[in-house]
Design a protein around this ligand. Structure first.
Ligand SMILES: CC(C)(COP(=O)(O)OP(=O)(O)OC[C@H]1O[C@@H](n2cnc3c(N)ncnc32)[C@H](O)[C@@H]1OP(=O)(O)O)[C@@H](O)C(=O)NCCC(=O)NCCS
Length: 175
């Protein structure tokens, strides 16, 4: 146990993904609306979902954290996923904040709630790392979520990503 395997918010429970979540990985990443701005994240088959889960689990084993599965308290349905992935931006190590929820749960402030919890966790667990979000210019909802989680727009860090230009949102490291 890393001690980071469960985060709790007012409405949400965030847990380390398990193999039983693979169907939800496929359902959410197989929904065109959920990947409209990031088609490179889309999944089409169960095998691809198993591979994606394998990458997530490998990150958990390597770093003791990664992406969490998001549910409402006492509800079995997976709403989506939210977490961080270590990467390099402008030559510096950072944590990339990620969130993706099933469209049926959009518009209730849930992504903002999950992302805020993950950002707070990142501040406590990895204070030496900046937190970023790479967001396509037309993805206004995602930009709102990043702002809600305490990141700010950082035009000077913008760079190309897998699906085109990413607008970088950023929260500096503490030290
Ligand atoms: C981005 C996403 C996680 C937002 O989920 P959500 O639960 O609806 O988000 P919230 O309800 O917490 O907040 C959404 C905010 O965006 C705003 N918003 C939603 N749709 C919008 C739109 N089309 N244009 C402008 N603002 C919009 C909401 O009003 C809200 O703003 P607020 O924080 O000022 O109240 C969800 O749309 C999603 O999973 N999208 C697909 C995956 C994705 O794009 N992930 C980000 C990749 S960078």
């Amino acid at each position: 146990m890393s001690g980071h395997e469960e985060l709790t918010t007012r409405r949400l429970s965030l847990k380390r993904p398990v193999k039983g979540d693979i169907d939800a990985v496929l359902a959410i990443h197989g929904d065109p609306a959920a990947c409209a701005h990031n088609p490179s994240d889309a999944l089409a088959t169960r095998a691809e979902a198993e591979e994606r889960y394998g990458h997530w689990d490998a990150l958990w084993r390597r770093r003791g954290y990664g992406y969490w599965t998001v549910r409402e308290h006492d509800a079995p349905a997976v709403l989506g996923f939210c977490g961080v992935k270590p990467m390099t931006l402008a030559g510096l190590p950072v944590l990339n904040l990620v969130y993706r929820l099933a469209p049926a749960s959009w518009g209730r402030g849930l992504a903002g709630e999950a992302a805020t919890a993950v950002a707070a966790w990142a501040r406590a667990a990895e204070p030496g790392l900046s937190l970023i979000a790479r967001i396509r210019p037309a993805n206004l909802a995602s930009q709102r979520v990043a702002l809600r989680a305490g990141l700010r727009r950082a035009e000077h860090l913008d760079e190309g990503g897998c699906d085109g230009l990413d607008w970088i949102h950023h929260r500096p490291a503490e030290r």
